[in-house]
Design a protein around this ligand. Structure first.
Ligand code: Z57
Length: 809
């Protein structure tokens, strides 16, 4: 790559580019135009490498992986791309000469919110790691016109505003009209005998949707690899529209046009819950069919190999079940378009596809009603039916008379298509995202599959990219780490373990404390500017940022705070270590309890922050519109990382890793990746509390928990519960939360874990009092965060599941 050699060259190229793009004087450029100009300059720099990367993959016929995900939560790309090609400093200096600050330009980029939370952000970290490791791997998803809603808080309540992120265009994408494909919906499909006595499928009266790809370059870190994230947009096909029009039915024509455009208009805002709406199924098939068709076409044109060898060159990964239709869609292509026999097609499909499960929450398991599925995807339904028939026949042969077995592994059951079962059956690999989660899959959720295919199951503990979450988000800490152990960790995060050698060194720990303080100041400045509120940087910053969900127990956190408030009110002379509690996260639009939790947090925050008797010691804030960019500001500033889900419920969590990497101490339950975090750092460097997963499971199976008993036996709980409904919290009522905790027996054991949670907080304060000890723990956490790099995770996927190798470009 011919990079800008110095700031002079940057300025020269910037000036030329800006003139061509905007036809005006430099001094008249808006900050947004400055941002776009640099983005296009980066595109120019990488364009050759991008072409070259694909050429080399094809020349070497390298095996490639396609990572299908209904979400890619990218965050901003300007700074990470500059860092990736090593030009951040030159750009910053050049801009400064021209009168701009890079720090003011970066926020001009809108966060592409093409995801909800953990699952989508994981996909973004994964493609970052694939490129960094020079692995041939690409992303495949949908180019939603509107990303996840923007959240405002009005009168304590969440208000959802549309996220029209594309209004000013998106400089990182390239539309590739020449690579459009057609996707079929509706009509009728049936089998008909051919002249030579075989069966062939007829699919008629369908309507066609044009899928147009928009490619985003995924730039490797300090290497020449540029992979591709391909985002599909739905367009109406002109022929179909004109046909309808000439047939004379204007209404049908416009309905067709509108329905097609709806397919890629909105991202669904549910995270870890299932909605089951028809349009979502359309999105899933749209992404899968477009993606697969383009992979097959590329394979035939560039690899020129037989479709019988497809699985030797192509791996397809499905991120949760949303892309599970790759199984029947690949079958369709192999059967109908390639004329393969069923057995061969099935064999190739299973060898190609691998599946990651991300949840065991029953309400998140994707199921589609058969009538809806059949009417929307008639040909795909026939294939799913055949898969199910053959499978159940096999199961009944292996386990005669065991209808329980058949039921628990069926694809079609109770009038529904069970997508997790389809995913397990149609792939050669099934993995969970943390050890405890993978174990639960084998023991309970997918136990019957596990008894039949024990070798299919494995664990791949999640990771996050340290390039975004440490190098980019926290340059101050990154520089300190360089100073202490050299900079090799930037290429190999496992080298962070060398920090252990300085983790008891007072001089180092003092500097670490200074960096943390500096990051708290940056956050405090932001909060001052956005909320006109002062937060004290010498207070403990205790942060819970994630989607709002009952199982994640933001309720436990806010009830703990409320209890602390009552304690301070009842003991006016009591002095506690000052605390700043920060929350952030969005609630799904239709999730009443989650929305009421946001309201509760805000009302309690108001009450506390306005109370002069306590607000020197206690401050609570709910930050609006938590997203990737806000995360980059929050993780570096945290002292305490709240990871308090009910044990057994959080598959992995990834925020926990971002906090740890930035030196926060985990206050958490034995759930998801917390288990591995505290095993790596040691129990003395995190604070663990609450029920274990087995205990939770036991209560579910055998009963024995009554939240009313907690109410009767613990006066603190009684006071808190009463306050939810008696108007004592600023006159507000929280009936839905009260019911969930008491009348519906507290499904997530908030009250059961309450006492232990309070003690855990006491322990945090105790440890914080010894600053040297605290920052020692902080250093130990950073040192062990290398294991939680997505580079490690992706290496495991590459060698154990995908069987792909690095390719030098
Ligand atoms: C989602 O963000 C996750 C799971 C889902 O089934 C859906 Br739908 C969305 C999350 C899990 O809740 C996290 O625990 C996990 O860390 C993340 O996926 C990535 O694996």
């Amino acid at each position: 790559m011919k990079k800008w050699q110095d700031k002079e060259e940057f300025k020269k190229i910037f000036t030329e580019k800006a003139h061509v793009l905007w036809e005006k004087e430099l001094r008249d450029l808006t900050l947004n135009e400055v941002y776009q100009t640099i983005a296009y300059m980066i595109r120019d720099l990488v364009s050759e490498d991008w072409i070259r990367t694909n050429e080399v993959y094809a020349e070497q016929k390298a095996k490639q992986v396609y990572y299908f995900s209904i979400e890619f939560l990218l965050g901003r790309l300007l700074q990470s791309n500059l860092i990736g090609i090593g030009l951040e400093d030159i750009c910053r200096q050049g801009l400064e000469d021209l009168g701009w600050k890079l720090e003011d330009v970066v926020p001009q980029e809108r966060d592409p919110g093409l995801g909800n939370g953990g699952l989508g952000r994981l996909a973004a970290c994964f493609i970052d790691s694939l490129a960094a490791l020079q692995l041939p791997g690409h992303g495949c998803s949908i180019r939603y016109q509107y990303g996840l809603f923007n959240q405002r808080i009005v009168d304590g309540q969440q208000v959802e505003l549309p996220d029209n992120w594309l209004v000013n265009g998106y400089p990182w994408e390239v539309k590739r009209v020449d690579k459009a494909v057609n996707v079929r919906f509706g009509g009728n499909a049936y089998m008909r005998p051919t002249e030579d006595g075989e069966l062939e499928c007829v699919h008629e009266n369908y309507s066609s949707v044009r899928a147009v790809p928009y490619d985003v370059p995924v730039i490797g870190y300090h290497n020449d690899t540029v992979n591709t994230l391909r985002l599909w947009r739905a367009e109406y096909s002109r022929e179909d529209l004109y046909r309808e029009l000439t047939l004379g039915d204007r209404h049908r024509a416009f309905r067709y046009k509108n329905n097609v455009q709806l397919i890629s208009r909105f991202l669904y805002p549910e995270d870890s819950t299932e909605d089951g709406r028809r349009l979502r199924l359309m999105q899933e098939y749209f992404m899968v069919s477009a993606g697969l068709q383009s992979i097959v076409r590329h394979y035939k044109r560039k690899y020129k190999e037989s479709m019988y060898k497809f699985d030797q060159y192509i791996a397809i990964h499905i991120n949760d079940t949303h892309p599970a239709l790759v199984v029947p869609e690949l079958m369709r292509i192999l059967l109908d378009e390639e004329g393969m026999a069923w057995e061969d097609a099935w064999d190739i499909t299973c060898r190609t596809v691998a599946y990651t499960n991300h949840t065991i929450l029953p309400e998140a398991m994707e199921k589609w009603s058969i009538p809806m599925f059949q009417s929307l995807l008639p040909r795909i339904y026939l294939i799913v039916e055949e898969i199910n028939n053959r499978w159940l026949k096999e199961v009944r042969r292996l386990y005669p008379g065991d209808e329980n077995k058949a039921r628990s592994v069926a694809i079609l059951w109770d009038g529904q298509v069970h997508m997790a079962h389809l995913s397990v059956l149609g792939s050669h690999s099934v993995n969970g995202v943390a050890e405890i989660h993978s174990q639960i899959l084998k023991d309970s959720t997918l136990h019957q599959f596990y008894t039949i295919f024990p070798n299919r199951f494995s664990n791949k503990t999640n990771g996050v990219t340290h390039r975004r979450w440490l190098i980019e988000a926290n340059p101050q800490l990154s520089d300190l780490i360089d100073e202490a152990i050299g900079d090799e960790w930037r290429l190999e995060p496992s080298k962070l373990i060398r920090l252990k050698t300085v983790s008891s060194d007072s001089a180092f720990l003092d500097k670490l404390a200074k960096v943390k303080k500096a990051r708290k100041e940056i956050l405090a400045d932001y909060i001052k500017k956005e909320y006109d509120t002062n937060i004290a940087v010498d207070s403990i910053f205790d942060i819970q940022i994630k989607r709002i969900h009952l199982y994640k127990r933001q309720l436990l956190n806010i009830l703990g705070i409320l209890h602390l408030y009552y304690t301070l009110k009842a003991n006016p002379d009591l002095r506690v270590r000052p605390h700043t509690f920060l929350f952030g996260g969005k609630a799904a639009s239709g999730y009443g309890e989650a929305k009421q939790t946001i309201k509760l947090i805000n009302v309690v925050a108001n009450m506390i922050n306005r109370d002069k008797q306590v607000n020197k010691q206690l401050k609570v804030l709910f930050l609006e519109n938590y997203n990737v960019s806000l995360g980059q500001l929050l993780f570096p500033a945290a002292d305490v990382s709240e990871q308090i889900s009910t044990a057994g419920k959080e598959a992995s969590g990834t925020g926990n890793m971002k906090f740890m990497m930035n030196g926060a101490i985990t206050l958490g339950t034995m759930d998801g990746a917390n288990v591995e975090i505290c095993r790596e750092v040691g129990m003395e460097h995190c604070v663990i509390f609450g029920l274990r997963a087995e205990e939770v499971m036991n209560y579910y199976m055998h009963g024995g928990y009554s939240s009313w008993n907690m109410y009767s036996s613990d006066p603190r709980i009684r006071q808190l519960m009463n306050s939810l409904v008696d108007g004592s919290i600023n006159g507000e009522h929280f009936g839905m939360l009260y019911e969930s905790l008491l009348d519906r027996n507290d499904e997530f054991f908030v009250l059961k874990d309450f006492a232990a949670y309070c003690e855990a907080h006491t322990e945090i304060s105790r440890r914080y009092a010894n600053q040297k000890q605290w920052f020692h723990s902080s250093a130990i956490n950073i040192a062990h965060s290398g294991y939680f790099s997505s580079d490690r995770t992706i290496q495991q996927y590459a060698s154990d599941i995908w069987r792909i190798k690095p390719v030098k470009v």
